[in-house]
Design a protein around this ligand. Structure first.
Ligand SMILES: Nc1ncnc2c1ncn2[C@@H]1O[C@H](COP(=O)(O)OP(=O)(O)OP(=O)(O)O)[C@@H](O)[C@H]1O
Ligand SMILES: [Mg+2]
Length: 732
């Protein structure tokens, strides 16, 4: 992230040697100002405008943190270990940059060196300085159209021969239709106007015109059919490319975008691109060719009249150039609102039961109405521009026709031109005005094509933040997990894991406990390498997991997530998802361990029972048991259970526990549970608190310590006692 920006003019002399200089938009009281926070020598200087508010020595600072408040954020630190001290206040959009500054100061104090800043992870466009739109890496104001088009041509390469054939056929068909007015002229001037025969020659010319018609129609039909096929194959390829890329994206990249946004890219953006390439582009190429050919013929026939015909063209071109920027902006805005509307729809339809349970249907309709109205406004404003601009340009073009009739008519009367020539000329006008007319629509079509292509290439070209190393070796995993001083935060300014270290031997069962939101599931995300650690390392069998292929790592892990997700399909398919080539016996064995077999066979369709996208027809406990069966079927070296039995009754849980006990022998098991009794077989308990390992040891050891674990156990016993007391009938 960039830390060194140009200081304002007035401070340039003072901050000439600054190591870092970050814009800061508030003073200490939260009032807006044009300030900077700069590091000069060993001091941090905070400026509001030209006024120096404060100077602190970097060496004295510790516990540097970013506090997020309402509408603003603060950079605070302890000076010589005292109370938190305000270094700068700023709007929240600057939080990540100040978090990077805090990291730089920490490194300076530990290693006595300032880190180099870089432009990686920047969310601004370096050309125009504007903030990039969330979920996008491309600045709509500065995106180079040429490069997008070049990339698209590369993607199109396999289809180019067929496309060239199609365009050539269209050109041929159009050449034939250009011949018609010429034959027409000969017919009028040589046979009809002088009113002389022979008749059979005139009829021959009529037959020639008819043949031209038939020939050009057949060629068009053939070309159209080829074009439809090539267009759809191309859009199919694009869709699959986009989908594969999204599948390959890291969890982090996907969670930055909404499902609606991603779906829009796969469906409508690919359709827009296809529509342009196989529709607009072909038509434009064809019309341009006929425009050039017809213009040359017209010049040969009567160059003066041709110049008159082109009189309106400069005006039209000027209009298009003037409105290009406006059109670009309107399309980008249209894309964003349409994507937002998609996201809302997707979210609400998925969560319809929550909406209904809170009776907020009306509110949701209002919410959608707002976005939909905005989308409609943007579309109206966009289309209104075209609805006005299009006819005006068409009218101006049509003006040329009057000029031709006026001057051409004079020429015919004056004898400088034949009637046939004038008719040929006016017929040709159609050939130049039709392309020019559709060229006036081109900017609109080009913009929608570039917007959609840019969105697609944003997905295609996205740099992966979790990537396999080139020399990543496939190894046998035995299940030794080691965390070495691991740091991690979903956002750079909010660390969740703050220096966790532990060591789990193969075959050990580790129970992870701790208050809610403390980072237990995050530990699992890190072991699965859904995210990369920001500090320290995670070793499996002595190898940093960043040096292992992700597939090898995940193949060896069986996981039951805290939130069970089942795909639309049969129960059998959902379990076999873990091992598509599993034999039915293996699946039955897994469901028996998960205590799911009994309830599945009682269903009318048994294993073939279809479940909805979220397993709507199943209870939470049933879903969880299917998820356990799925993890068990994988026969993994490492088994991860995140609240895997939380939705089960005590009896079922007990049965599963017993089965799991047999299963976990010889595997490293990582089990998270709030119900502490679930973890009684754990060889080691890891008690997480405030992002750190607060305690580690066996159940008895931790009880003896009388620390965090002891308090959690006591609190639960109290709750259980109370529940038991409630259950005991009161004796009369
Ligand atoms: N994808 C994410 N992006 C940003 N923050 C996240 C994300 N996932 C979790 N967090 C935050 O990280 C912190 C730790 O979350 P985590 O899910 O690891 O907690 P947990 O210990 O598993 O809690 P629980 O016991 O309730 O399941 C929480 O403050 C949570 O809000
Ligand atoms: Mg959790």
């Amino acid at each position: 992230m960039r830390l060194k920006f140009d200081p304002p003019e007035t401070l340039k002399a003072i901050l000439a040697d600054a190591v870092y200089c970050i814009p800061c938009d508030m003073d200490f009281d939260g009032a807006p100002c044009d300030g900077v926070v700069a590091v000069v020598g060993n001091d941090i200087l905070t400026y509001a405008g030209e006024t120096l508010l404060q100077r602190v020595d970097v060496a004295k600072l510790s516990e540097l943190t970013i506090h997020l408040g309402v509408g603003c954020a603060e950079f605070v630190a302890e000076i010589d270990g005292g109370e938190p001290y305000l270094i700068a206040r700023f709007s929240r959009k600057h939080s990540e940059r100040f978090a990077e500054l805090a990291r730089a100061v920490r490194i300076k104090n530990e290693h006595n060196t300032w880190i180099e800043d870089s432009d990686d992870d920047e969310r601004i466009c370096f050309k125009c300085g504007r903030q990039l739109i969330r979920g996008s890496n491309i600045c709509p104001f500065c995106a180079k159209k040429g490069s997008v088009f070049g990339k698209m041509l590369k993607t199109l390469r396999p289809y180019l021969p067929t496309m060239i054939l199609v365009i050539s056929l269209y050109v041929l068909s159009s050449a034939i239709s250009i011949a018609m007015p010429i034959i027409n002229r000969v017919l009028i001037d040589d046979y009809l106007a002088p009113q002389r025969g022979p008749l059979h020659e005139a009829l021959l010319l009529v037959a020639a015109i008819f043949a031209c018609h038939i020939f050009s129609t057949f060629i068009s039909i053939y070309a159209n059919r080829r074009s439809v096929r090539v267009g759809n194959s191309f859009s199919n390829d694009l869709r699959i490319m986009a989908y594969s890329k999204i599948q390959a994206m890291s969890v982090n990249s996907i969670s930055k975008r909404t499902p609606g946004d991603l779906m829009r890219r796969i469906t409508s953006d690919t359709a827009t691109v296809q529509g342009f390439i196989t529709g607009t582009l072909q038509t434009v190429l064809l019309q341009l060719t006929s425009l050039i050919v017809v213009t040359v013929i017209m010049f040969i026939v009567n160059w003066r009249l041709t110049l008159w015909a082109f009189l309106p063209v400069p005006f039209v071109a000027l209009c298009i150039v003037m409105y290009r920027r406006v059109i670009n902006l309107k399309y980008e805005s249209l894309w964003r609102w349409s994507s937002r509307s998609n996201s809302i729809l997707y979210d609400i339809i998925r969560g319809i039961r929550v909406v209904k349970s809170f009776g907020t249907e009306k509110l949701e309709v209002e919410k959608y109405e707002k976005v939909s109205r905005k989308l409609s406004d943007v579309t109206i404003s966009n289309e209104k521009l075209w609805a006005t601009l299009g006819p005006i340009l068409g009218f101006v073009m049509g003006f040329g026709e009057f000029i031709i009739l006026y001057f051409g008519g004079q020429n015919v009367i004056g004898g400088q031109m034949s009637v046939g020539e004038l008719i040929q000329f006016t017929s040709f006008l159609g050939y130049i005005y039709a392309p020019l007319n559709s060229l006036t629509l081109l900017p609109q079509q080009l913009t929608s094509f570039f917007t959609s292509s840019a969105k697609l290439f944003e997905v295609f070209d996205e740099q992966q933040d979790v990537e396999d190393k080139e020399n990543a070796e496939i190894v046998d995993i035995r299940g030794h997990i080691r965390f070495e001083d691991v740091f991690f935060g979903y956002n750079s300014y909010e660390p969740v894991i703050k220096g966790i270290s532990f060591d789990i031997q193969p075959g050990e069962m580790v129970g992870v406990v701790g208050p809610s939101g403390v980072g237990k599931s995050t530990l699992i995300n890190l072991i699965m390498r859904f995210y990369d650690v920001t500090g320290g390392r995670i070793l499996i069998d002595g190898t940093d997991i960043r040096d292992l292929p992700q597939q090898t790592l995940r193949e060896n892990i069986g996981i039951v997530f805290q939130e069970t997700f089942l795909f639309a399909g049969t129960i059998y398919d959902n379990i076999a998802y873990a091992k598509p080539d599993a034999l039915p016996e293996e699946i039955f064995a897994a469901t028996k361990i998960a205590n799911a077999h009994e309830f599945i066979i009682k269903l009318p369709d048994g294993y073939n029972t279809k479940i909805g996208e979220n397993g709507f027809t199943m209870s939470g406990g049933e879903r969880q048991r299917i998820a356990i069966a799925r993890a068990v079927l994988r026969n993994p070296t490492i088994l991860i259970l995140d609240e895997a039995t939380a939705s089960l009754d005590t009896e079922t849980e007990h049965l599963i526990q017993e089965a799991l006990e047999r299963l976990i022998k010889g595997r490293t098991t990582f089990a998270i549970a709030h119900r502490l009794s679930t973890l009684r077989h754990a060889t080691k308990l890891l008690c997480i608190d405030k992002g750190k390992v607060a305690e580690m040891g066996s159940h008895d050891e931790l009880l003896e310590k009388k620390g965090v674990y002891y308090r959690l156990v006591m609190a639960q016993r109290q709750t259980t006692k109370m529940a038991d007391a409630e259950k005991t009938p009161v004796k009369a």
